[in-house]
Design a protein around this ligand. Structure first.
Ligand code: TYD
Length: 295
């Protein structure tokens, strides 16, 4: 017998009808009828403490605020694999993600005294850790690697970035706003070209999706022109490749939306200040900032 049951969406907090109401326990995929975002509801786990979720790799997933309604069954639901407070900037080379991270940091420094803004942690991939250094050397052509090896290094670097102490998950859980210059979508867009889609997808399955993703969209010709004066040209910085990267990003965005990530495409050909304004307008809707701006 299917019992329709109302549960509260962990994103928009509107009551929505739970599907698969005939199961008395276990994991159920849900999609909120109001905001359309997906989350996972796990029933019958109320005795397992505040962080009942464990990904298949054994890493604890972030907690997104548990909730329970109804007396007969305690419902606990987590937004599966969505890391709240985690924001990602993505785009082709020369699209300005690094500049935008810098401008965002400056904005936070200016605004913090006037608003109760959360702590901001800006970070990047490849990271400045040991695996990241190896990757950078390969990107500069100093180390010749198979495409599949590079894909594996990117995901190993990411694993440290996300799951290590004081890494992305730790900080998101502490209530910091974490903004990363590149993440999983870079691997899917770039490595997919060199070694096919299957390997990067498999290597990146365990990583939680960000709450928000900004795609900095720009004609590759314009982007590469911006980089003309750089002394070192990296292995992916040529036109044919960047044209493919842009196409792949556009094709991959719905994949993230499906997971529940809010994706925003920004016109990255505008001036850095104009782009920064567009980013800020959208970013104010991130759960952490919304609170500051509503108060
Ligand atoms: P980028 O942020 O553009 O570095 P820089 O500041 O040195 O210009 O990133 C370095 C390159 O690494 C860029 O060409 C994209 C590529 N990349 C991947 O191919 N896969 C990945 O998973 C990541 C994170 C980056």
């Amino acid at each position: 017998m299917l019992i329709a049951k109302e549960i509260k969406c962990p994103y928009c907090h509107v009551l929505t009808i739970a599907k698969d109401g005939n199961k008395s326990e276990g994991i159920q995929n849900q999609r909120c009828k109001n905001c359309r975002r997906q989350f996972i509801r796990d029933r019958g786990i109320s005795d397992q403490g505040a962080f009942p979720w464990t990904a298949s790799c054994g890493h604890p997933l972030p907690s997104f605020g548990t909730d329970s309604i109804g007396k007969e069954i305690e419902d606990r639901y987590e937004v599966a694999m969505i890391a709240r407070n985690f924001v990602v900037f993505e785009g082709g080379d020369g699209s300005g993600t690094t500049t935008q991270i810098k401008l965002l940091r400056q904005r936070f420094e200016r605004k913090k005294p006037e608003k109760q803004l959360p702590s901001l942690w800006t970070t990047c991939e490849p990271t400045d850790g040991a695996i990241g250094a190896l990757i950078r050397s390969a990107l500069r052509g100093g180390l010749a690697l198979q495409a599949g090896t590079l894909a594996r290094l990117f995901s190993a670097d990411r694993s440290e970035h996300v799951f290590a102490q004081n890494g992305v998950i730790d900080r998101c859980n502490r209530g910091e706003l974490v903004v990363s210059d590149r993440y999983v979508l870079s691997s899917l867009a770039y490595q997919g070209i060199g070694c096919g889609d299957a390997l990067p997808k498999a290597l990146n399955e365990e990583f939680p999706a960000p709450e928000m993703l900004f795609f900095f969209d720009i004609e590759p010709e314009i982007a590469l022109k911006r980089m003309e004066n750089r002394r070192i040209r990296e292995i992916f910085e040529y036109l044919d490749f960047q044209v493919k990267v842009r196409e792949r990003y556009k094709a991959l965005l719905p994949w993230y939306e499906e997971k529940g990530t809010i994706t925003i495409t920004v016109d990255a050909a505008k001036t850095p200040d104009a782009v920064a304004e567009d980013v800020w307008k959208a970013l104010k809707n991130a759960s952490l900032l919304k609170t500051a701006y509503e108060s």
